[in-house]
Each structure stands twice: as structure tokens, then as C-alpha cells.
Design a protein around this ligand. Sequence first.
Ligand code: C5P
Length: 228
Amino acid sequence: MTTSIVPAAGKGIRIGSNLPKALIPIAGKPMIFWTVAAFERTPVVDAVVLVAPENFTEEFERLRKESKWEKVIAIVSGGADRQQSVWNGLQAIPKETDWVIVHDAARPLVKPSLIVATWDAAQEIGTAAIAALPCSSTVKRTFDGILVAETLDREQIWLAQTPQVFEADLLREAHEQAIRDGCSVTDDAMLVERLGVPIRLVFGDPENIKITYPIDLAIAEALINSKV
Ligand code: C5P
């Protein structure tokens, strides 16, 4: 069984909204509507656990009914950071789950084909796989945000996206180890890397953008309108 966890509990401070980011409208629907729709249409996905912002679980329940989501089996409340939110989601996955797909609500343009490709790669290697894109910019390291310290070899840099697919026990173990170590990260793959387990890179999708700034909303809206 494959269960997706969709962390959607971010506040959207960088986007400058009063609404939690996952509820900001894109092409007439809340962002989370588009994200869940992709998982509803992906054959390898059996169930979806949504992690809603605190105080917004009822609004998510309302959306579940209105949108007739069939795979959403649980809506849980999020934590103080993304890692805590995914951990809360992990507590709600069915115990029969063999594979977990973690995908940010903030990437509503994900395509079922990318979800399946990442899932396939994880099955093949037996541990984990993540969508990522080779870096197209020249990358500078800075220690103070003022001066350039050095240029990194961009051939070695890939930018992580979600979906990220993990064998379920491995993801649980990675999160438990991080809690023991007091380690805080921005994606789940990093927790699995710390265990020294191999993770396959899958060529991601430039359209699978992460909505962070107001301009991203305009781009997402244009992309969705070009397809419907
Ligand atoms: O803030 P950022 O866009 O990096 O967050 C990535 C994803 O993690 C988003 O989908 C956001 O809703 C989610 N998140 C969460 N709980 C938090 C912070 C972020 O579920 N406390």
C-alpha cells in the first residue's frame, strides 16, 4: 500500500497573505485543491493524509466534502515546522503502508507522471527516490550574505523538489533518529541521508514549481489556465 503525506500547514508569510498558503486561490480554487487532485489521479497512490494548519482542519474537511476527494483518509493538524508536520502525518498513515510519498502542498502543479516515475525509482532501488532538477544557475556560497566566498561546481548541484518517496519503516526510523539528535531539516530526504541509505534522483519537472512568492502564484495560474 502507498500512502501520500501532504504537508500543507505553512503560514505563507513570504507570500504576504492572511490566509494559510495552501488555501490561497489559484485559478479559482484553493492551492490544496490542485495538489490533491494530482494524487487523486495517480494510480499508484492508495491513500492521502493531509496536514492542515492548526485551526484549519475543519476548513480542510469542508473542502474534502466539496471536492469529493476519495483518497483522503485523514486530515491532521500541523506542527511548528515542516518536519514536525510530516511527523504528525506519519502518525496517521495506515499500518499496511509499505511506501510513503511526501509532497508539499506548495507544489500544486505536480503531474501524476512525475509521482509515478519517482515511485518506480524508489521501488527499483528499494529505499527512496526524490524528484530533483540539475541547477541551471551559477551557485555562489556566502557566509554573511554580503561577500561571495566561493563558486560551487554546479554540475554537482541538483535542486530537490517533491514528490519524495520512501520505504515506510525507513522514513519512520529517519524521523525518530532526527528527534533523538535534535536535528531540524527542510526535506525528508535529508533525514534519510543521515542514515547513510541510498536515495535515487529522478529528473523533476520545471513546471513543478514551489509557490513561495507572489510571482509564483501568477505563474501557477497561467500554467493551470493553459491546460484546462
Ligand atoms: O514554507 P515552505 O513553502 O518551505 O513549506 C513547504 C511545505 O511544508 C508547504 O507545503 C507547507 O505548507 C508545509 N509546511 C507545513 N508545516 C509547517 C511549515 C510548512 O506543513 N509548519
